[in-house]
Design a protein. Structure first.
Length: 158
């Protein structure tokens, strides 16, 4: 199978134009912040009522959802894929590993940051503090390293 000619800028433009509340999370967000990490996948946390809007924005890129919107709401997540892979979190909140409060989408959205790319394309991400919280959801070894890198960008509360 030949790889698609995936244009990430156009992908982000389509999401921006859709009006979906979509936060880029995971290592792809760290890459846009300039951190020295590698990833091939993309991850978004979207508003629970924005699934259809988000999927419609991704459809021209041949990305097919693995769950219906209703199934995604029940599961709290789904994947959009072809030869690209986009993890999509749709839960209102997600607990972190260990102790601490759950991470809530609405709180992350309220404190979001934007990263300007080229040609007027803007990508929304959680704040650095918010990205740290999202990394505490699974707290895998690479997440702990990502937290260290994020803290080097700015201490929580900065």
């Amino acid at each position: 199978m030949a790889a698609s000619a995936f244009d990430e800028i156009e992908f982000f433009r389509a999401i921006q134009a859709s009006g979906a509340r979509a936060l880029l999370i995971g290592r792809r967000a760290l890459v846009l912040l300039g951190l020295p990490v590698l990833t091939a996948d993309c991850g978004f946390w979207i508003g629970i009522d924005d699934i259809a809007r988000f999927n419609a924005a991704c459809q021209p890129f041949g990305l097919v959802p693995t769950r219906t919107p209703e199934e995604a709401r029940r599961a709290g997540r789904y994947v959009l894929e072809n030869d690209e892979h986009v993890d999509v979190l749709v839960a209102r909140s997600v607990p972190v590993v260990g102790q601490g409060p759950a991470v809530a989408f609405d709180a992350l959205w309220a404190a979001r940051c934007t990263i300007g790319l080229r040609d007027g394309v803007v990508v929304s991400t959680p704040s650095i503090d918010g990205l740290i919280l999202t990394k505490q959801i699974a707290a895998r070894p690479n997440d702990l390293e990502d937290i260290r890198l994020l803290k080097a960008l700015g201490a929580p509360g900065d």
